[in-house]
Structures are given as C-alpha cells and as structure tokens.
Design a protein around this ligand. Structure first.
Ligand code: ZN
Length: 338
C-alpha cells in the first residue's frame, strides 16, 4: 500500500504525462490510468481503510489533493485541443464554389467615365425623363412642328398625349434653360430612342451624354477648350481635335468634332477608314432662338452645347463592329468588360 512519498512520485509521473500529451485521446488515457474508476489514485483512496489509522489521514489527504490537481491539469491541457464548432464544420479539402461576380455594362462604364470627366470640370449632372413632351424634345430646341429637321430623327410617338420617347438627351437643356438663371454648367446622360432600322451601326435604343454652358461672353473657343480637355482625359494625351461645320437645329454655328485616330495616330487604318480621323461628337453655340424661347436675352448671354453618342465611343474604344452586341446580353461578350 502506497505512502505519501509514493504519492509524490505518482504526482511527478502523472503531471509529466499530461505535459507530454499530444492529443485528446492521450489525455483520456491519462485520466483513465490515474483517476478513472479503476485508476491508480482511485484505488489508493478505496484501500485507505487497510492503512494504520495514523497514516489514513495524511495519505488520504495527499491522494485527494493529487486527484483534484490532476483533474484540473487534464482539463486545462484539453482546452488546447478544442476546436470551435465552425472549424469542425469546415472541410478545407472540399472543392470551392465559384461565385460569378457581376460587372457594370460596358455602355454604363463608358457613360459614367464621360460624366465623371465633365463633373471634374465643374459640370453638374442633371437627370431628365425618358418620356418627354413634344415641346421639350423638339419645339423648345428650335424644331417647329413643320421643321424638316424633325425628319432627321425617327421618333417614337406616344399616341394622343403629344408625348415622345426622347430622341436625344438635349431636352434636359431646354428644361434647365427654362427653370434656371445663367450661369449654368450642366451635363446629362441616359437612354434615347429612335425608330430606326436595326443594323450593325444603329439600334432603337442608345445612350447620350449631353452638356451645355450658358454665361456672359461664352465663345466657340470655350467650347473647344472643354472638348480638348475631355478628349485628353478620356482618350489620352497627344490626340488632335478637328471641328467641321455641321447642322443641328438647336446650335448655330454647329460643328462635328473629330479626333485623330487613337489606333493609328492619324496615319490611316481600318478603324478610321484610312482617313486618320474619328468622328466623336456634335457640338455648337446654342442658337439664340433657344435662349430667347427660355426667356434669356441672347444679346447678353451666349452658350455652347455638345452631345456625345456613348455607343459610338465605346465601339471605337473597344474595337466593336456591331452595336447590337451591347443589347443581346451574351455573357461571353459582356464578360470581356469586367
Ligand atoms: Zn486609324
């Protein structure tokens, strides 16, 4: 039968075993060996009555102390091997689930980039309705009812109400001119609709970015400066800009704006049809009639306006040869612009 000194030896041995344990199973075995139902310490306690009375108390106390200590040590050591429920439910060897992440449509990307460029130059972005009155879409922009220029734009009319699906984003200019006082520096962007034959170059829906500025003493030079700054920002440095005379009912004079081809740098290639130039937008000085109709004195105020076809620019920029690709929602096409 063990005495106090044997219990001390047992203690050193048991504690060393706990320290050396490498797994939960090791600890369970130690627990069984020393303090289990048939464990060494348990049996010492069971056989205390075999000892002489004077030893019972000291041996019993020592054995109980060791039992308690060992229980504590085993529990503390066990915490090291505990894994959380979340860890237990993760199998890092399983193959993952590929998540398909969406992306912004290339047209919206181009439109946002254009808007940000003008916003950095101090233009305020103003939205407008897709369904527009005949007045703002045409009349306020110097297209009287019998004006031949109305034939330039194949319009979707909404029966009976004198409403149209806007054929350009310029009606926002007419609305702003009517409701605000100069100086005004506004940009607008969104969908436009024309009843056109669908082809590689034309679609019934397209997007425009439209801007204008009205103040005292605004000239064509101001227009050119803002367009040069935009082209530099959007297409990069080193491209030339060219203004060609054109016609729009709401500007006088009007100009189509070309940039030197960014692919061949003006030498001539398939993209620019060997001209070295790419047509990118329409612009001009706001027609005095438009200012007058909105209640501004054209003797005092002048302004410029420009409109950019977003699809056209995106097609040039990405070398896309069919406008319909933007609207067919073919993932293989769209995915390329992530
Ligand atoms: Zn070229």
């Amino acid at each position: 039968m063990a005495g106090v000194s044997e219990i001390e030896t047992l203690r050193a041995e048991a504690l060393e075993a706990v320290r050396a344990a490498a797994s939960k199973t090791d600890l369970e075995n130690i627990s069984v060996r020393y303090i289990g139902r048939k464990g060494i310490i348990t049996s010492i306690l069971k056989r205390l009555k075999e000892l002489p009375l004077d030893q019972r108390k000291t041996v019993g106390a020592a054995a109980n102390r060791l039992k308690a200590e060992l229980e504590g040590e085993i529990k503390a050591a066990g915490d090291k091997f505990k894994i959380s429920r979340i860890e237990a439910s993760i199998d890092p060897t399983l193959p993952g689930i590929a998540r398909r992440i969406g992306a912004v449509h290339p047209i919206i990307q181009a439109m946002d980039q254009m808007c940000r460029s003008f916003q950095r130059m101090g233009f305020t972005l103003v939205p407008g309705p897709d369904i527009e009155t005949d007045y703002y879409n045409f009349e306020a922009l110097n297209f009287p009812p019998d004006h031949p220029a109305r034939d330039m734009q194949d319009t979707f009319y909404i029966e009976g109400d004198n409403l149209v699906l806007r054929t350009h984003t310029t009606p926002v200019q007419a609305r702003m001119l009517e409701s605000c006082k100069p100086p005004m520096k506004v940009i607008t962007a969104g969908k436009c609709y024309r009843n056109e034959e669908i082809s590689t170059r034309a679609y019934c829906v397209f997007h425009q970015v439209d801007g204008f500025l009205v103040d005292v003493g605004v000239t064509m030079a101001d227009l050119k400066a803002v367009l040069v700054a935009f082209c530099r920002d959007f297409f990069g440095e080193g491209l030339k800009l060219r203004l060609r005379p054109s016609y729009f009912p709401f500007t006088e004079p009007s100009a189509e704006v070309d940039i030197s081809c960014f692919l061949c740098r003006g030498k001539g290639c398939q993209l620019c049809k060997y001209t070295g130039w790419l047509e990118i937008l329409g612009s001009g000085m706001i027609d005095p009639n438009v200012l007058e109709m909105a209640g501004h004195d054209p003797e005092k105020y002048t302004g410029y306006a420009f409109g950019i076809g977003v699809e056209r620019i995106a097609m040039l920029k990405h070398g896309i040869n069919d406008i319909r690709l933007f609207y067919e929602n073919d993932i293989r096409f769209i995915r390329q612009f992530r």
